[in-house]
Design a protein around this ligand. Structure first.
Ligand SMILES: Nc1ncnc2c1ncn2[C@@H]1O[C@H](COP(=O)(O)OP(=O)(O)OP(=O)(O)O)[C@@H](O)[C@H]1O
Length: 692
């Protein structure tokens, strides 16, 4: 509901002079007659025998263009037309009044001569002119004219017509009382008038008195209404203020309830996570402490599952050995069958063939069991990797200074830690303003760092923010906000991706079916095409499994633009200079990034190479170059500089189209490698709708 502004509803009621005018503007119903002031003036003038002058002046002032002819009859005609034809007069409408027009006309016809003489004659014309002008208009000297002689503007209006000796007319003095009520002090009818006219005049005076009293009542009513309206208005304002305060209170309560619920859920998730880790420690293993002299180090201690797997494998090995032994014995017996010295009874040929078959089938069965156990062992290794990741997450969460569910920036309710990067902690959080989950990345500056290093880190983060915030694409994580927490910590707010990241996915399932891997690749290229079609092109430069996240429905999204490069317009076809050589994750970077003899020139082809490595890893469960090497070893052994040709394992089996696409992405020579836009148009990446 829209409440009017208080000042709009206030009606001024203190101006006695303008009471009638205000009434007429306030009320459109009942006896309100906006033409009344004019009528009164005309009547006064007529009674004073100066109707013509009044009319002339009134007409001249209000209409100006109407008949300039001084003739009284003409002027009356003008007057009559103004009086009756609803024309504007000083801002008020003159209502039609045929009865009055008739009177005036009659009067004009009956006593035209004497009235004309009076008009020509003269005096008090100024008075009458003033009476005829009901508005508070300024005269030519710029002064406000009063409505009665000697009266200040705030005095009640006196409609006074003085006796005019020259005209031989007695003066009828209708006036308004202090509160605006029309009164009649003396009534003397002009001598020259007949009975009818006198009666008519008397009738008009009575009628005016009646109207005046009605207006008076209306004024009182309007005043009353105004005061009531003011009270209502004040009450409404108060109500509005109260309800706003209540709403604020309710909003705070709502937020409290929501955040309490979220915190309760988060706490229970924390408990579940810890209980699961405890179970998994018993099942999969955990970190123990080993002491060697004064040195205490952490060691991995196996849980029950790897122990069981070991026992099964050992048992299978023992069974295999035993069968092999029996097989050998059987063979020896068969060869010694004819020797009489043999203690054991001789075995028929058929029996010995049957025994051979028993041993063979048993060995095959052991082999199958072994394969199953080895698969279990592999699964265990993946579970162990996730378990170690989760243990690390919990340890990081326990050690975090933001683990007590704070509300940051009056808006983001921090819940549980999602993970910890090099210099940041990422928390799942709830946005209490937009009511959605977000990921809050808390960047902590190391207190030990010097001022310059801190400044450089912040500069870097702000640069990343400025690049990332403008990127709006389905396959790029949205960056919503950035704010400072304290001198050494600030936070970026990101779209929350509730699925695992690709790194975690590949740890749990090292190789994906080709169809799944291709779908992820297509999405990555969609994001890359967006980055290369913008006015300000961007090279991501840090494409790796950890920087590909999945939302709740499995849509892949690129994130982390910390190392990304803006491609300036003037960059030539060779590419732009790489000024941050050494940064990045070497398994995923192309050979040109390791150029040492000159400043490397790079382009979007860096991302094409990284996407090729990612695709290879998704398909084969390992990286094409330096898979088992550390970053340092890759650099030392020039692993990528030597990565001229990509080799494919025989298993799992992958389509030749996929391999060919990987070869194109991993083209050693940058000039021969397709750029993002060309690679994205590769037939391998295009989906065509199959005809039914
Ligand atoms: N928007 C997000 N939604 C959900 N989880 C996220 C989001 N951003 C990051 N994470 C998770 O938070 C963890 C830490 O992320 P972060 O980006 O800090 O790690 P990183 O990339 O390993 O570190 P660094 O940026 O230092 O290389 C990762 O496990 C990541 O999956």
């Amino acid at each position: 509901m829209a409440f009017p502004k208080p000042q709009e509803s206030v009606i001024q009621v203190t101006m006695h002079d303008d009471v009638l005018l205000q009434l007429s503007s306030m009320s459109n119903s009942g006896p309100s007659d906006p033409a009344l002031p004019i009528k009164i003036a005309k009547l006064e003038a007529r009674m004073a025998g100066k109707a013509s002058q009044l009319v002339t002046q009134s007409a001249r002032q209000e209409a100006n263009t109407l008949s300039p002819h001084p003739s009284f009859v003409n002027q009356l005609t003008v007057s009559s037309s103004i009086d009756s034809d609803d024309e504007e007069c000083g801002g008020f409408r003159l209502q039609a009044n045929p009865r009055k027009r008739k009177t005036m006309k009659e009067w004009a016809e009956g006593d035209a001569a004497s009235l004309e003489e009076a008009v020509e004659g003269k005096r008090h014309s100024q008075d009458l002119g003033e009476h005829a002008d009901f508005g508070d208009r300024e005269d030519s000297r710029g002064k406000k004219r009063g409505r009665g002689r000697g009266q200040g503007p705030s005095k009640p209006r006196m409609l006074k017509v003085k006796a005019d000796a020259d005209m031989g007319l007695a003066t009828e003095v209708p006036s308004t009382s202090d509160d605006g009520l029309l009164t009649q002090e003396t009534i003397e009818i002009p001598k020259g008038l007949g009975e009818d006219e006198r009666a008519q005049l008397q009738e008009e005076i009575d009628s005016l008195k009646m109207s005046s009293s009605l207006y008076h009542e209306e004024l009182a009513k309007a005043r009353q209404e105004t005061s009531e309206a003011q009270q209502t208005c004040q009450q409404l304002e108060k109500d509005l203020k109260d309800s706003r305060e209540q709403e604020q209170l309710r909003e705070q309560q709502r937020l409290k309830v929501v955040s309490d619920l979220l915190i309760a859920v988060a706490k229970s998730e924390r408990q579940d996570a810890r209980a699961k880790v405890r179970q998994d420690i018993a099942r999969l293993g955990g970190i123990g402490v080993m002491r060697a002299g004064t040195v205490i180090s952490e060691v991995w201690e196996d849980g029950q599952t790897p122990k069981d797997i070991q026992v099964r494998l050992r048992s299978l090995l023992e069974q295999k050995t035993a069968i092999d032994k029996h097989k050998k014995l059987l063979k020896r017996r068969q060869s010694e069958k004819l020797e009489s010295s043999t203690v054991e009874p001789a075995m028929s040929e058929e029996e010995s063939l049957a025994m051979e078959e028993v041993y063979r089938t048993r060995l095959l069965s052991i082999k199958r069991e072994e394969e199953v156990t080895l698969r279990d062992k592999e699964r265990y290794e993946h579970e162990k990797a996730c378990h170690i990741r989760e243990m690390k997450r919990i340890r990081d969460e326990d050690g975090s200074r933001f683990n007590h569910f704070p509300i940051l920036h009056n808006r983001y309710a921090l819940l549980n830690l999602l993970g910890k990067g090099g210099f940041s902690e990422v928390y799942k959080a709830f946005d209490l303003v937009d009511y959605k989950y977000v990921a809050c990345k808390l960047h902590g500056l190391n207190a030990q760092w010097g001022e310059e290093k801190k400044r450089s880190y912040v500069r870097h983060a702000v640069r990343e923010y400025n690049i990332h915030k403008g990127l709006i694409h389905n396959h790029i994580v949205r960056l919503w906000d950035i704010f400072e927490i304290d001198q050494n910590t600030f936070c970026t707010v990101l779209e929350y991706c509730s699925g695992k990241d690709l790194d975690a996915t590949l740890k749990a399932t090292p190789s994906l079916p080709e169809r799944d891997a291709r779908s992820i690749l297509v999405q990555i290229f969609s994001g890359l095409v967006y980055l290369n079609r913008r006015a300000q092109r961007i090279i991501h430069y840090d494409l790796k499994p950890g920087n590909v996240l999945f939302d709740e429905v499995g849509v892949a999204k690129m994130t982390d633009f910390g190392l990304s490069k803006i491609v300036e317009d003037e960059v030539g076809s060779q590419g732009m200079e790489l000024t941050s050589q050494g940064a990045g994750t070497y398994w995923y970077l192309p050979p040109e990034c390791f150029e040492v003899h000159k400043v490397p020139l790079i382009s979007s082809k860096v991302d094409v190479w990284s996407a090729g490595v990612l695709f290879y890893q998704m398909l084969f469960g390992r990286r094409p170059f330096g898979h088992d090497q550390t970053q340092e070893r890759i650099l030392r052994e020039d692993t990528i500089v030597k990565a001229h040709k990509v080799e494919f394992p025989s298993r799992p089996s992958v389509s030749s189209e996929a391999k060919d696409f990987i070869r194109r992405c991993l083209t050693y020579n940058q000039a021969d490698r397709p750029d993002v836009l060309t690679a994205a148009q590769d037939p391998y990446l295009s989906y065509v709708k199959r005809k039914p």
